[in-house]
Design a protein around this ligand. Structure first.
Ligand code: NAD
Length: 499
């Protein structure tokens, strides 16, 4: 395929060196808005590269573990400062490899900045507990200990934010890291790690191995010297990661798919709800794990909502994310576009009413990208496949509901449990929803997307396996508690027996 710009040939990062893959082969990172543009060539790695990276991380672990946490944090702080300075360039690179509009790419980089500063702050906290002992002249406390080498596997939809959610807490806790970024968006991780290295990170503390899931991701998850795995991606692959970790009793943190609902009750501020549904459903081309891909609207306001929502969706300008006039970029790749088109066909076949969109865009500026119209199905029923399965594209299923109780039932009747949102002016129903929606995140009078980095992030059911990303909660995955008893009585004291 002809290329519009000279491709950059990029490398793996192992033991502080930028190196080719052992195979010498590479893969292409192309712009989804214009596949004639080759963003970069990246090493196609295999188990051999993974092994070198894990060995480097294992060797770097001891000195890094013994580096005082505030010193570790200073490196993160310096990296955050550089991210701030380079934010615009990093965002442009991200839009070129991922397709999301520039404002959202800036938001993605900002999330990495926020996370890096937040975890830099943790270097002077990492608080444990101190507590009186039940015995005299005895002291008790707990402290966080790092785990060792952490294997990190990330998806393409948040190319810098998600790697930062994993790398920063892992590092501040004293772990070393091997990351395998998504094959569609390797450049953002490459730059993030380059910035960390320039900020003074010792060799081997962070290593990057690029490549495909089965050839590079799987050997990383299985490597005997890995202490813990953190994975974000599809539930299908997450299950494989979990199965691979189970016999080794290896801690594994899974963040997976979603089928998030936005509920609009009859007393909702409709202007606000419509704006939220457009942003929640079509922000990042619907390619967010938290996307509002189901909208349940009270019958009393259903007609008006559907009409006005569709008018807003029709007005969305689809195009290259680098163009400031663009509201919605392309799908990430051909497979994802085909998946969207398949679900459009499924929606039609199961009797949902297509009220706007439904087609791939191929003419003019769209000719070389993976573009699809923003698409809305109305009159959906809760058990339709388009209302149950994660599409991960610009398709929203709208359904009428009779009332609050039914909305909660429908919300909870899917295999996922990441995010849910409710629009109402009734404080009683808002609180009941916060209690009863079985998801990791609930929004009131705001769409399903928009997590902030200092709060726990994750979901229930097929979305997660009980751990949380971000905020203080992330520290609980990347460290283990060690409980410490200090007896200064100079005699044997038996807990539960003496005294
Ligand atoms: P994916 O599961 O296809 O890939 C994710 C990562 O896993 C990639 O780096 C891939 O190379 C790697 N991988 C693939 N097969 C592997 C294997 N056998 N062993 C180890 N690694 C392997 O997901 P994707 O298409 O990149 O991302 C989209 C999915 O991610 C959606 O389901 C979305 O909901 C989910 N997601 C979830 C969250 C969350 O926090 N819950 C956030 C973003 C995305």
């Amino acid at each position: 395929m002809a290329t519009a710009v000279r491709p950059t040939v990029l490398k793996n990062f192992i033991n502080g060196e930028w190196v080719d893959s052992a195979s010498g082969l590479s893969f292409e990172d192309r712009n989804p808005a214009n596949t004639r543009e080759l963003v970069g060539l990246f090493p196609l790695s295999t188990a051999e590269d993974v092994d070198a990276a894990v060995r480097a991380a294992a060797e770097a672990f001891e000195p890094w573990r013994l580096t005082p946490a505030p010193k570790r944090a200073e490196i993160l702080y310096r990296a955050a400062e550089t991210l701030v300075k380079r934010k615009d360039d990093l965002a442009r690179d991200m839009t070129r490899e991922m397709g999301k509009v520039l404002a959202e790419a800036r938001g993605d980089v900002q999330e990495a900045i926020d996370m890096t500063y937040y975890m830099a702050g943790e270097g002077r906290r990492l608080f444990g507990q101190t507590t009186p002992s039940e015995l005299p002249n005895k002291y008790a406390m707990s402290a966080r200990q790092p785990l060792g080498v952490c294997a990190l596997i990330t998806p393409w939809n948040f190319p810098m934010a998600i790697p930062s959610w994993k790398i920063m807490p892992a590092l501040v806790c004293g772990n070393t890291v091997v990351i395998k970024p998504a094959e569609d968006t390797p450049l953002s991780t490459y730059t993030l790690v380059q910035i960390l290295a320039e900020a003074g990170l010792p060799a081997g503390v962070v290593n990057v191995v690029n490549g495909m899931g089965s050839e590079a991701g799987a050997p990383l998850v299985e490597h005997p010297d890995v202490a813990a795995v953190s994975f974000t991606g599809s539930s299908e692959v997450g299950r494989l990661v979990s199965v691979s970790c189970a016999p080794k009793l290896r801690p594994c943190h899974l963040e997976m798919g979603g089928k998030n609902i936005l509920i609009v009750l009859e007393d909702a501020n409709l202007d606000l709800a419509i704006e939220g549904a457009v942003w929640g459903g079509f922000g990042t081309t619907g390619q967010r794990c938290t996307a509002a891909s189901r909208v349940a609207v009270h019958k009393k306001v259903y007609k008006e909502f559907a009409h006005r929502f569709v008018e807003r969706v029709k007005a969305l300008r689809v195009g290259d994310g680098l163009d400031p006039a663009t509201d919605m970029g392309p799908c990430i790749n051909e497979d994802q576009l085909k998946k969207v088109m398949e679900y459009v066909a499924i929606g039609k076949a199961e009797g949902a009413k297509l009220i706007t969109g439904g087609n791939r865009l191929t003419e003019g500026n769209y000719a070389h990208g993976w573009f699809h119209e923003p698409t809305v199905f109305a009159d959906c029923t809760p058990r339709m496949r388009i209302a149950q399965e994660e599409i991960f594209g610009p398709v929203v299923a709208v359904m009428p509901i009779d009332g609050f109780e039914q909305s909660v039932e429908i919300a909870n009747d899917v295999p996922y449990g990441l995010s849910a949102s409710i629009y109402t002016q009734d404080v009683n129903r808002a609180f009941a929803a916060m209690r009863d929606l079985h998801t990791g995140i609930v929004y009131v009078n705001a769409p399903t997307i928009g997590a902030e980095i200092h709060l726990p992030f994750g979901g229930t059911k097929n979305t997660g396996n009980g751990h949380r990303e971000a905020g203080n909660a992330a520290l609980d995955f990347y460290s283990e508690w060690k409980t410490l008893y200090i007896d200064y009585s100079n005699r044997l004291q038996r807990a539960q027996i003496d005294g």
